[in-house]
Design a protein around this ligand. Sequence first.
Ligand code: SAM
Length: 345
Amino acid sequence: MAAASPIVSSVVTPGPRLTDSHGRVIHDLRVSITDRCNYRCVYCRTGEMGAQYPELGIEEYLRLIRLFVSLGIEKVRLTGGEPLLRRGLVELIQELAKMRTLANEPLDLAVTTNGHLLDTLAAPLKAAGLNRVTVSMDAVDAPTFERITRVPGSFEKVVGGIRAAREAGLTPLKINCVLLRGFNDGEIEGFARFAREENVVVRFIEFMPLEEGRLWTPEIVVPLAEIVERIGRAMPLKPLPPREASETARRYTFDDGVGEIGIIAPVSQAFCGACSRVRLTSDGKIRTCLFSQVEHDLYGHMRAGESDAELRTYIARTVQGKEARHHIGEPGFLKPSRSMVHIGG
Ligand code: SAM
């Protein structure tokens, strides 16, 4: 799918801001740049090779992202699959770092990664203009971690990657941990200590029904209230005020103000009403919600030769139709046709 077109310009022609029919302003774009991954986390993948979707060329992602930025996107998060596997990532960041928002500010550029390749890539990514990374890490105990990733040696690589990212200045460094009862919920208190010792923000995420297999049940989800209660028993927590309405994490610090814990609770305390995000899959489809039942083939329109103005109209119309909320746990809930690794987390 990679086009032979030259790197597109970073000049952004402004259009109207993206909004949806529920009155939300959309300023956050998550872009999956591959759905390949070097980990096979038990709560995400089956362990089989499974489906793989095509990837666009770096220039194609740039053209599409530039259109979104011209419509008011201010934050771009690259994800996957594992985005650090994607050839051309450093060049992509270099080009994104040149773009300006409608307010003539640089984009807020972040990457979500499993951290396996950060030991060598943290410094080049920072030099290219990346602001922050979020590293996924589901245990602070090496054997538990490697039972989840199913990759021997992965714990040491990820801890090395986290330290390399901190040294490179990719801060504040956030660690995402998906909690599953019976798998890694014994790690909650250890993570609270890790946050303080490593000077990182640890964010616990409730497990959502987005896995390739059929692991999800309401009982396997460790809800926000239980996490707060368990940490609080060992180390009292103090809530921190939200920094913006669309913030997904409830934030807490400890009694002495050292360290931060966040809890992202899409299942027990959904935050859809303040959602400011849309997603672009690695094959160029717009997803207006993680749980969308339909995808919108932006790349198809681009390949058909539509102009920037036509593509902007298509994006704006698609985003208008963003779903009001997800329906996890309700009767008739349907999993989306793609799982997290293929949508882009
Ligand atoms: N490979 C990168 C990584 O590991 O961060 C980026 C892609 S991964 C799909 C993005 C994030 O989604 C990770 O933090 C992962 O733990 C999270 N995730 C995957 N499946 C999930 C699920 N069913 N519920 C909640 N979070 C999930």
